[in-house]
Design a protein around this ligand. Structure first.
Ligand SMILES: Nc1ncnc2c1ncn2[C@@H]1O[C@H](COP(=O)(O)OP(=O)(O)OP(=O)(O)O)[C@@H](O)[C@H]1O
Length: 229
């Protein structure tokens, strides 16, 4: 369990985030643009910009550092270096690379290639391979489905579900795409203007939201879905 007992972030002029929450197993943090999702992830990763002030009290049964936390960014296509072979962008033993690639159903010859020589779906899985190439205990996902088309979105959701089954990791999935977390996250927290306004089992939050803002967010998500199909 990871208990964010206190997380307060502010700039010179404004309080940006003031939240408390617990990651039991898998938690979705859902909110609109500017609600404080990325700042929360950056605080957990110790990557907040120096210009911001923060107070943080996090209790966890393992140490939170770069060895124990994996991060999957919003846009997998810009997170690899184009001039470097894939094998030199994954920092672990060859055995571990083989193990990770097999878990993600990636052919091993990709290790000898450059990013421009593999498909978009493979790039995405390589980025995930990098995130899980260490023995991580917590996986942070920053809107991993937002930049993707429908097919790749379904792929990544399935991959994350498989990882949950195969690796014993906790997940914090940040998104404004409510549909994508339905089958992945046990719990859901709704963040608005830097505050958690609703927290509960995902099934309860999605089917029986208590807060009017959550209801509106769900309505607009489903409206958008209807619009997209
Ligand atoms: N370095 C910064 N200095 C000042 N304010 C910042 C800084 N970074 C973020 N903010 C402000 O903090 C608030 C929360 O930003 P954050 O990036 O966490 O939002 P978000 O929920 O991740 O949005 P999005 O979905 O668009 O990525 C916003 O009002 C943003 O303008």
């Amino acid at each position: 369990m990871i208990e964010i007992k206190k997380l307060k972030i502010s700039s010179n002029s404004k309080n940006l985030v003031d939240i408390t929450f617990t990651i039991n197993n898998s938690l979705a943090l859902i909110g609109e643009s500017g609600s404080g999702k990325s700042l929360t992830l950056k605080a957990i990763l110790n990557l907040l910009p120096n210009s911001l002030f923060f107070e943080k009290d996090i209790k966890s049964d393992f140490e939170l550092n770069f060895d124990t936390i994996g991060f999957i960014p919003q846009n997998p296509f810009t997170s690899l270096s184009s001039m470097t072979k894939i094998k030199n962008q994954i920092f672990c033993s060859h055995e571990k690379k083989e193990e990770t690639f097999s878990l993600l159903n990636l052919p091993l010859d990709i290790l000898e290639k450059y990013p421009s020589q593999i498909s978009g779906g493979q790039i995405q899985r390589v980025v995930i391979a990098i995130a899980i190439s260490r023995n991580i205990k917590l996986l942070l996902l920053d809107e991993p489905t937002t930049a993707l088309d429908f097919e790749n979105k379904i792929n990544i959701i399935n991959i994350i579900r498989d990882l949950q089954k195969n690796l014993n990791i906790k997940i914090l999935f940040v998104t404004h795409d409510i549909e994508s977390i339905r089958d992945i996250c046990e719990d859901t927290a709704i963040i608005k203007n830097g505050k958690i306004i609703e927290f509960g089992k995902t099934i309860d939050v999605l089917t029986n939201p208590e807060d009017t803002y959550t209801k509106k967010l769900l309505d607009s998500s489903f409206r958008n879905k209807k619009f997209r199909t």
